[in-house]
Design a protein around this ligand. Structure first.
Ligand code: MLT
Length: 411
């Protein structure tokens, strides 16, 4: 009989968002007349913008003609998109990222998981709460022991993000090799200031660590003091990999396009102590295990850098931001304590009474037909909180707000 990867047996039963999806489906099945409003998974609800659609159509047409047809593309991404990213996402912010340091992919979720292929045995530090993919993929890769009674995995270093530290943990006073940071943060919605991020870069330089920096929500930053890229911090190219996505920026959650930046100067060591380029390893992995994102999708993504595309994407972000403001105002009115929702589409809310975050999930689904994400799903320190997303349609958001406003909040 074939031997399986037993690390998978250490995982909790279901992926957080599948579990929420199942619970919601089962509630809808038993209450077919109820209109459920989904504030759970952060999924785009606005369609792709006109400039993106028109570029997409044009590229599809190109695929129908021999002279413009494209077969296998470069696994790393087409140069036209890599160059646009280098210029618009980095050069315009005074950051020097070469186009060949940008690797186009089908998602930041996949890349934050796949990157573990490159690393051996390391001490891994993950903020808690965190996007569940970081912990789960480390479990799959065999970087942890078993799930302990306290609901945390043996061998992982959990960097607690709590109300006391403003949900921004400081670098630990012990050594960690690989550090996961997400800013603006999923789930807390809080973003790291330049000073806070600099402290992490300094730590990584001193400890020869690598920071895996997830900036998927970068477009939602409003505050001038919040870096959009970790590479805005001097010397960060020596210690950081950055993950970005077109999903929340331009509604590509279903279309799939993202990118990861691996600077050429980033290195690790083999077991004999020889310094090795991480870029080389990722390039090798990408060429072998990935076939690239389709030409049509890359053309569609490139359209967000045209003047019209960029204007449309700004409007899209504004639309979701307006939802955030509406949600925050009703939460305030009803006396909830909450964080985030300024530089992020996520609002992190304290469960109003002494009940667990899953109990609150059930309560609000059963009584108000609203789906939120229970904080515990993002880790132990998420207990006592829930997350609301702003990615709904205005009409749904208004309706949810009405329900929250009119509800007598007693437990
Ligand atoms: C979330 O809701 O946390 C995200 O939408 C999940 C994802 O991007 O994979």
């Amino acid at each position: 009989m074939v031997q399986i990867n037993e690390n998978y047996l250490k995982l909790k039963n279901r992926y957080l968002f599948s579990q929420i999806g199942e619970k919601t489906k089962s509630y809808q099945k038993s209450h077919p007349d109820k209109n459920i409003i989904r504030f759970g998974i952060g999924d785009a609800t606005l369609p792709l913008t006109p400039a993106v659609i028109s570029a997409f159509h044009k590229a599809v047409d190109e695929m129908s003609v021999v002279s413009t047809f494209k077969g296998y593309g470069p696994e790393q991404g087409y140069e036209f998109l890599r160059e646009l990213i280098s210029k618009h996402e980095f050069e315009k912010r005074g950051v020097n990222i070469f186009s060949d340091e940008v690797f186009i992919s089908d998602g930041a979720k996949c890349d934050t998981g796949n990157i573990l292929d490159l690393f051996g045995k390391n001490i891994i530090g993950i903020t808690d709460p965190a996007y569940p993919v970081y912990v789960d993929t480390n479990v799959m890769a065999g970087n942890t022991g078993n799930l302990q009674e306290n609901d945390q995995y043996e061998g992982l270093i959990y960097l607690q993000a709590t109300e006391e530290n403003g949900f921004c943990p400081e670098p630990p006073d012990r050594h960690v090799d690989i550090i996961y940071l997400c800013s603006p943060n999923n789930p807390t919605g809080v973003a790291l200031s330049k000073t806070q991020l600099s402290a992490w870069v300094t730590y990584a330089l001193n400890h020869h660590s690598i920071i895996l920096f997830d900036a998927a929500y970068e477009r939602y930053i409003q505050n001038q003091d919040i870096p959009h890229s970790i590479y805005e911090i001097p010397q960060a190219k020596k210690v950081a990999i950055e993950f970005r996505s077109f999903s929340k920026t331009a509604g590509f959650t279903g279309t799939r396009c993202a990118f990861t930046v691996i600077p050429k100067e980033l290195t690790g060591r083999d077991s004999s102590g020889n310094e090795t380029s991480i870029w080389n390893l990722w390039n090798r992995r990408h060429s072998t295990k990935f076939n690239g994102v389709s030409y049509t999708v890359q053309r569609a993504a490139a359209a967000i850098y045209t003047p019209e595309g960029s204007k449309e994407v700004n409007e899209l972000i504004k639309y979701y931001r307006y939802n955030t403001e509406l949600i925050k105002s009703v939460l305030k009115k009803k006396g909830f304590s909450f964080w985030g929702g300024i530089d992020s589409p996520y609002i992190w809310v304290k469960v109003p009474q002494q009940i667990t975050s899953w109990e609150f999930f059930d309560y609000i689904l059963n009584n108000l037909q609203i789906v939120v994400t229970p904080g515990i799903g993002f880790g132990k320190s998420g207990e006592g909180f829930f997350r609301i997303t702003s990615f709904g349609q205005h009409e749904d958001t208004m309706e949810a707000i009405k329900r929250i406003e009119n509800w007598e909040w007693s437990f």
